[in-house]
Ligand binder design. Structure first.
Ligand code: ADP
Ligand code: TYD
Length: 214
């Protein structure tokens, strides 16, 4: 599971499932174990990609078509990969990314018609890389949406698509985990933060150990 000498981990799941919380906990735990960790997120994670983030996450739900969004999210990802992720992997660091291309496969690929093939095509052309390990935090959409809305912010474009979208995203993420079983691990997010964090750390450590053996 290497590219350069580093390890690339991603968190995926519906809005409010606890990805950011768990990504932070994992980064702290791995640092406490002496690992060199870069914690980053999408959309964003580099100065240019953070600018694109504002374009895609703020404003009316119908501000962009799904096709335009695929281009914007992929442009942001390309910049993030070039400037943040790949240099860190080349330096042998562990990169923890809060969302990556699987989010585009779901949100742009499934939300407004079936555009998954287009997402995958552009991904192959412009990104061409998957995480070594993807932790899917699985969560009931009603709980997730209530948690996400509790955060109070301006980045609500996708949350404003409503609960039906979140339900389809949950099912879609679980199907994606079935499609790529070698890299996905599904963790039940409907538990206290510390319990989920312990399960995540155990899963990641097992994968890191496998890599060290392999
Ligand atoms: P995401 O990044 O998946 O949208 P966050 O980590 O931002 O999710 O969590 C959304 C909200 O839910 C935050 O207010 C966070 O403090 C809270 N939260 C996260 N994990 C849990 C949990 N296991 N139990 C209860 N609340 C949680
Ligand atoms: P994020 O900041 O992770 O929000 P949350 O903490 O609520 O999960 O992501 C913001 C939104 O961006 C989220 O609703 C999903 C959406 N998104 C896409 O639609 N496509 C993508 O490729 C990515 C990375 C995110």
């Amino acid at each position: 599971m290497t590219d350069g000498r580093g390890v690339f981990l991603s968190f995926e799941g519906i809005d409010g499932s606890g990805k950011s919380t768990q990504a932070r906990h994992l980064a702290e735990s791995l640092r406490a174990l002496g690992r060199d960790v870069v914690l980053t997120r999408e959309p964003g994670g580099s100065p240019g990609a953070e600018e694109i983030r504002r374009l895609v996450l703020e404003g009316d739900p119908d501000r962009w078509s799904a096709e335009t969004e695929i281009l914007l999210f992929t442009a942001a990802r390309r910049d993030h990969l070039e400037r943040t992720i790949q240099p860190a992997l080349d330096a042998g660091r562990i990169v923890i990314c809060d969302r990556f291309a699987d989010s585009t496969r779901m949100y742009q690929g499934l939300s407004r018609g079936d555009l998954r093939a287009l997402v995958d095509q552009l991904h192959r052309l412009m990104i061409g890389r998957e995480p070594d390990l993807t932790v899917l935090i699985d969560m009931d959409p009603d709980v997730g949406l209530a948690r996400a809305k509790g955060r109070q912010g301006t980045e609500e474009r996708f949350e404003d698509f409503g609960p039906d979208l979140q339900r389809r995203m949950r099912a879609g993420f679980l199907a994606l985990a079935g499609e790529f079983p070698a890299r996905f691990r599904v963790i039940d997010g409907a538990r206290p933060v510390a319990e989920v964090a312990a399960a995540v750390l155990q899963t990641v450590q097992a994968a890191l150990a496998e890599r060290a053996d392999g």
